[in-house]
Design a protein around this ligand. Structure first.
Ligand code: ZN
Ligand code: ZN
Length: 411
């Protein structure tokens, strides 16, 4: 396949596998303005797949940053009502949502964090209904990435930027199984493999998982009762269509009990959070809560994350990714969670996914919390998986089963 053929294949994969666009369906499409040529390819593929209308939203980090620099905080503290109305109306129309990420990981480095927090707080309530539609898979949505120049330059520092962009494209193609044809078929097969792991883990209904590795992780996390492991394809509630909320995706994940996490958890990779890098960090948990932490770099950002609300100090996601994954095989740090979280086992601080608990999508916030679910305005993934990671599953009767050995599946 030539480079251009791979791009065309990617655009098609986004529409057909990622968002599983049906004839007659409306498509909401967000794309970095810098990548307009590829964006147009996606729009065309969506129409060819029968989309009735593609609503295009061009995104731009540079002007978004100007707003943080020049606009007063009141602007961020006010969330216009029509924004939520607009998004909810697409849900009502049963649109499919396609988001192309590709941000410079340091696009917002140094901007006033209180403005970001004000914006996030202001949008939290009005956007609740829309977020819920996405998190409960009441609509089809997909997030993928596309190289921008600023991002590629950060991933391959010192390299000619044009070369870096091409290198990043190649890395992305490899992680989304594009190369020698039938990418759609490969994705369906991959989804079947992950579904089988979930089936077994769901049958086991482990009480907790114990993590150990040479970085110093010695950590036990409780799983909520009647938890559900999910991974690979997502299922649209209305149509039963398979779609992929994230591409690449190598993980199976479930709901940790927000009240049960104990011990030391050491990050295995840096974390890019709100435009800054947090490096060599670790958490100490007690009774489910972060009670101490340290970071060699970006400690302030980590502090701000933990302080943003109560739920940010608790876990909301527990994910297993075998080592090495196609993402890890690229041997690069993508500085983008979409990829880096698929390189290794991870956890997320903050909001849980309701669907990881049987009946969770129908529960109120209070009920969810009573079952051990976590709620927060944040959901921030951080990687803990290494090649020597060992994970022991502990059943309710105290007996043990190996889940991971030498960084990969033990069953
Ligand atoms: Zn995850
Ligand atoms: Zn996550």
């Amino acid at each position: 396949m030539t480079f251009e053929e791979k791009q065309a294949d990617y655009a098609r994969l986004i529409v057909k596998a990622g968002a599983a666009v049906r004839p007659g369906q409306k498509v909401y499409f967000a794309c970095p303005i810098e990548c307009y040529e590829f964006g147009r390819m996606v729009v065309k593929e969506a129409y060819l797949a029968g989309a009735s209308e593609v609503v295009v939203k061009w995104q731009d980090d540079v002007t978004a940053r100007m707003k943080y620099e020049y606009a007063p905080i009141e602007v961020f503290a006010h969330f216009p009502e029509w924004t939520a109305l607009e998004m909810n109306s697409y849900v009502k129309d049963d649109a499919a949502f396609i988001y192309l990420a590709g941000s410079d990981p340091e696009a917002f480095k140094g901007v006033d964090i209180t403005k970001m927090q004000a914006q996030q707080k202001a949008s939290y309530e009005p956007m609740k209904e829309f977020r819920k539609a996405q998190s409960t898979m009441a609509v089809k949505w997909t997030v993928l990435a596309i190289p921008t120049r600023a991002w590629a330059a950060k991933v391959f520092p010192g390299m000619n930027v044009d070369t870096a962009v091409t290198r990043l494209w190649d890395a992305i193609f490899a992680t989304v199984r594009i190369g020698d044809g039938d990418s759609y078929g490969k994705w369906m097969k991959h989804a079947d493999t992950l579904a089988e792991k979930c089936r077994i883990l769901n049958e086991w209904q482990l009480d907790s998982l114990h993590y150990e590795n040479s970085l110093g992780t010695d950590f036990t996390v409780g799983l909520v009762q009647n938890h559900r492991w999910e991974g690979g394809a997502d299922i649209d509630k209305k149509t039963g269509d398979r779609f992929f909320a994230n591409m690449p995706t190598e993980e199976v994940f479930t709901m940790p009990d927000r009240r049960r996490a104990e011990g030391t958890l050491v990050a295995a990779m840096p974390l890019s959070y709100r435009g800054s890098l947090i490096e060599n960090f670790r958490f100490i948990f007690h009774d489910g809560q972060v009670v101490d932490f340290d970071a060699e770099k970006g400690k302030d950002s980590l502090q701000a994350l933990l302080d943003s609300d109560e739920g940010s100090k608790h876990l909301g996601e527990c994910a297993l990714v075998p080592f090495p994954s196609p993402v890890a095989e690229q041997g690069i740090l993508f500085l983008e969670t979409l990829f880096d979280e698929n390189a290794a086992c991870h956890f997320a601080l903050g909001n849980c996914y309701e669907t990881n608990l049987q009946g969770g999508a129908e529960m109120s916030e209070e009920e969810l919390k009573a079952h051990g679910g976590n709620t927060s305005m944040n959901h921030v993934d951080f990687m803990v998986g290494t090649k020597d990671l060992k994970i022991t599953g502990i059943r309710k009767d105290g007996s043990e089963v190996m889940v991971f050995e030498n960084g990969t599946w033990a069953f």
